[in-house]
Design a protein around this ligand. Structure first.
Ligand code: 9MG
Length: 260
């Protein structure tokens, strides 16, 4: 899954793809590098980021989705927390909703996904992007994220979203300290009991900087190490900025890890 942020303030690529043409060109470049899904976002989810009104988010993402959908080359995912934006994006040609706010109580997002029979990325986050890094605490982070997945799968089913539509994501960096992120990556294989595909997003994230002291522009090697580790531990989808490099690293690791 290649990342295309049409935002001025995303942590790794903010401001680079603000106009429709540069966002579409970037998406097509990622497809050429091997991306099978393009995740398009119009609101930053970095810690402390400001929420964006739905009208502005729609203005940023819908034309990009329409242009890419017309070409029909790749599956499109909308990265949004807003049911109205999800609906417009699905109408414009997206087929997956990447929902970092899957812990909300209102059923509107699930109902939108159920009605469209769309794919749904159900991500764990403690709090919201505005509050999530204020001393997140867990007794046992892997067990608690696993419990969240079980609870959400049941709730989604109640709202008409079948298990087959759902991909689970532990939400690396979303309401987690460094030790929680490391424990989740070490324990990824434990989520296989859910029998749902796992998505992992580690690309260039700040926990890498915290562990290794590397600035944003120097996190590719550690991002690749985490990507390879995640796949060996059972991840099915990686959400990344550097598609070509990740595809090469993962192909090599999968070959070495094959049984015959
Ligand atoms: C939008 N976004 C940023 N990081 C992410 C992650 O790790 N997973 C998902 N599903 N979305 C993310």
């Amino acid at each position: 899954m290649g990342i295309v942020n049409t935002t001025p303030d995303s942590f790794a690529d903010g401001g680079q793809f603000l106009d429709t043409s540069s966002a579409v060109d970037h998406a097509l470049r990622l497809v050429g590098e091997g991306a099978e899904i393009i995740d398009i976002g119009g609101e930053s989810t970095r810690p402390g980021s400001k929420p964006v009104p739905a009208e502005e988010e729609l203005r940023r993402v819908v034309p990009v989705i329409e242009r890419l959908a017309k070409r029909g080359e790749v599956a499109l995912s909308i990265d949004t927390q807003k049911p109205a934006v999800a609906k417009a994006a699905l109408d414009a040609g997206a087929s997956i909703v990447n929902d970092i706010a899957a812990n909300r109580e209102s059923p509107e997002m699930s109902q939108t996904v159920a009605k469209a029979k769309a794919g749904y990325v159900c991500m764990h986050m403690l709090g919201t992007p505005q509050t999530m890094q204020a001393k997140p605490r867990y007794d046992e982070v892997v067990r608690e994220v696993g419990d969240f997945f079980a609870e959400r799968l049941a709730k989604l089913a109640e709202h008409g979203v079948s298990g087959e539509q759902v991909v689970l994501d532990p939400g690396i960096g979303f309401g987690k300290e460094l030790e929680h992120n490391i424990k989740l990556l070490r324990g990824l294989n434990q989520f296989s009991v859910t029998e749902r595909p796992l998505l992992v997003g580690v690309s260039r994230k700040s926990f890498i900087g915290k562990l290794l002291g590397t600035p944003l522009e120097e996190r590719l090697p550690a991002s690749l190490a985490c990507a390879v580790w995640s796949v060996i531990k059972g991840a099915h989808i990686l959400r990344v900025h550097d598609v070509a490099e990740t595809a090469q690293a993962v192909r090599m690791a999968e070959t070495l890890n094959a049984q015959n």
